[in-house]
Design a protein. Structure first.
Lengths: 331, 331
């Protein structure tokens, strides 16, 4: 009887403490993002609304890539093929949509999203059936998808209908809220939030935190892991389409940077690479932090190549610090 | 004793034969290599009307294979510890640039500059993986993007590129018409590696750490020493690979070693080194390198495009890992 009483007392005594323990990291990342804003504003001479919109557009593909990565990482895996699969969707949509009307393009996008889910689910199936670690299979798939993207389109080209492009570039009515932000939060609220509190989402967390315990509690481990890859495929598809919409061109190498950056965003967003910990809300903030840090470097007049160097170094630093902190809290 | 039925005797003999092949994949691999040579010969006779298996072609195969053999040597060591190094390609390219940048100041200085670059990048990887326990994939992907960023800055600046004569000789000359200089170099390194892995304390520790890190630590192995050194060695081998490459082409460019990243992983996997660590050998990798080189010639003969190569190499990694995992029962 003593233990539950103590737990109740703890809960009753300081509910904010529990909330802080559970969501402290997520809150911290959003605060970091907010803290970066004044410095960013002091550098930029542009219109605030315009700048916010370009931040939202720049960060859009990374947000989706990071959400996809987060789902897989929470389920206890890692997907290195997200970037190159986004590249495939990018070139495929840009090649086919050039001469399409807006409605056709929308219908084709749905088809592409289903295709991406199947492709990603296939990867998950290979992983669970052969029992090879995620890292090996997705590393192989990274090159397979890169090859497929090169096959579809060897050099950058193609295009998308103007209205389709405006889906990513425009604002909602005249409210000044960028479509790109709405898209990210719509995906979060409509897809992830309901799932997270229902059986499939809970199963993903359970499998990620301890596969054996999850199995012993009657969760279909393989089914859940394939499910996580299917869900990641949905976000990857959205990421690929947002690449096409925001750049209005297809480039087989466009997805190259998103694999590493998505892992960085996931770690920075408070998701443990060991699985089972964290959520997508913090990951979105982390994706914007990474995007904004690059924008700030460019505003300071840094050579874009140096910006890549700084960002690579920043990512390593984030992963090192994240690893140190989670190791501390776990032990 | 003579009462043992003959069928049982045959079965055990079959099983011991199977056991022998599992323990010595090199035997099977050499068979595959010979088959591939014959196949390429047949294709070449059909396409070009002349045989492929000539002394000249054999010599060329080894000449082309040596840089990959060098890069795959580092990759083998890293994969024996259960990691993977994705920075090998850009390390090799960076070393090639450093050598041709300092080449004008003397041969020794040029070669030392190249090796120093490899050592530095390897040390960075080693510190990240060995001391800060960053996932090897993420760490090496990170250093790889930093290296590429720095390379694209410095390679863009104009400087006199001088490939030292010794490097040139080592990379492209042949003695007695048929004996490539780099084959001699490769042979020495291979002998040292194979013997070193088998008979030195460090070699045994590599296997121990890759097989079971916790057990190795309890047995008194300083795991981080082993890990830091293995990434440094991998950086050095990649730098040697880069030197041989630039000696061959005599002109460093940004894409010099790019194809070798995937091929080095594929060569190690084909060679039977377990991607989970703790099991494998450099002799297998050597045959893997030769198989990939002949496969490359075959694909060139068949006019294969870049995307087809990517897909083929990526699939090889997944399929072979699955087969090895099944055959050796390491699930």
């Amino acid at each position: 009887m003593a233990a539950p009483a103590a737990a109740l007392e703890f809960r009753g005594a300081a509910p904010w403490r529990r909330a802080l323990r559970l969501h402290g990291w997520t809150i911290a990342v959003w605060l970091v993002l907010l803290a970066m804003v004044p410095y960013w504003r002091s550098l930029s001479e542009g219109d605030f609304k315009f700048d916010v919109r370009s931040l939202a557009i720049d960060g859009l593909p990374l947000c989706f890539a990071a959400m996809a990565q987060a789902v897989v990482v929470i389920s206890g895996g890692i997907d290195l093929s997200i970037g190159s699969l986004m590249g495939v969707i990018n070139v495929l949509s840009a090649r086919e949509m050039v001469d399409m009307s807006f409605r056709q393009a929308l219908a084709f996008s749905l088809l592409l999203i289903v295709l991406t889910m199947l492709a990603s689910g296939f990867t998950g199936l290979v992983i669970t059936l052969t029992r090879i670690p995620d890292i090996v299979v997705t590393l192989g798939m990274l090159f397979v998808w890169l090859g497929v993207a090169l096959w579809i389109m060897e050099i950058p080209g193609g295009g998308v209908p103007l209205d389709f492009s405006n889906l990513a570039l425009g604002d909602v009515g005249s409210s000044g809220i960028p479509n790109a932000t709405v898209a990210v939060f719509a995906a979060l609220v409509l897809v992830w939030v309901p799932l997270r509190w229902l059986r499939p989402g809970l199963a993903i967390y359970a499998v990620g935190s301890n596969r054996n315990s999850a199995y012993l509690s009657g969760i279909g481990v393989s089914r859940t892991r394939v499910g996580a890859y299917l869900l990641a495929g949905l976000f990857t598809g959205l990421g690929g389409l947002s690449l096409s919409a925001s750049s209005a061109i297809g480039d087989p190498n466009s997805g190259a940077t998103y694999t590493l950056n998505s892992v960085a965003a996931v770690v920075l967003g408070g998701v443990s690479l060991l699985g089972g910990v964290g959520g997508l809300f913090g990951v979105i903030a982390a994706a914007y932090v990474l995007t904004l840090s690059k924008i700030i470097l460019l505003l300071r007049g840094t050579d874009p190549n140096y910006a890549n160097v700084y960002q690579g170094a920043l990512i390593i630093l984030v992963v090192i610090l994240g690893g140190l902190l989670t190791r501390k809290t776990r032990s | 004793m003579s009462a043992v039925p003959e069928a049982v005797g045959r079965e055990t003999r079959l099983r011991s034969a199977q056991r022998f092949l599992v323990d010595n994949p090199v035997v099977v691999l050499i068979g595959v290599l010979v088959l591939l040579f014959v196949l390429t010969d047949v294709v070449n006779r059909n396409e070009a009307g002349e045989p492929f298996v000539t002394w000249n072609q054999l010599s060329t195969t080894f000449l082309v294979a040596a840089p990959l053999g060098m890069i795959a040597a580092g990759q083998t060591l890293v994969m024996l510890t259960g990691g993977v190094d994705l920075s090998v390609a850009f390390t090799a390219t960076a070393a090639a640039f450093a050598t041709s940048w300092q080449g004008g100041n003397g041969t020794a200085q040029g070669i030392l500059a190249g090796l120093a670059v490899g050592l530095g990048i390897g040390l960075g990887n080693g510190i990240g993986v060995g001391i800060f326990r960053v996932n090897p994939l993420i760490m090496t992907l990170g250093t790889s993007s930093v290296t590429f960023g720095l390379l694209s800055i410095y390679a863009g600046r104009s400087f006199e590129k001088v490939v030292p004569g010794l490097v040139s000789t080592l990379g492209s000359d042949r003695f007695f018409d048929y004996l490539p200089a780099n084959l001699i170099f490769w042979g020495v390194v291979a002998a040292l590696l194979i013997l070193g892995l088998r008979y030195t304390g460090y070699g045994r520790m590599l296997y121990a750490v890759g097989d079971n890190e916790a057990a190795a630590r309890l047995a008194g192995v300083r795991v981080w020493h082993v890990l830091v050194l293995v990434y440094v060695l991998c950086g050095l081998f990649s730098a040697f690979g880069g030197l041989l490459l630039v000696g061959f082409t005599n002109n460093p460019d940004l894409g010099l070693a790019t194809p070798y990243l995937l091929q080095s992983v594929a060569a190690v996997v084909i060679g039977g080194t377990s991607i989970f660590g703790g099991w494998g050998s450099y002799s297998g990798t050597i045959v893997g390198v030769l198989i990939l080189t002949v496969l490359g010639s075959l694909l060139t003969l068949l006019d294969a495009e870049e995307w087809q190569r990517q897909v083929i190499y990526g699939s090889i990694i997944i399929v072979l890992t699955a087969i090895y995992a099944r055959v050796s029962g390491s699930e």
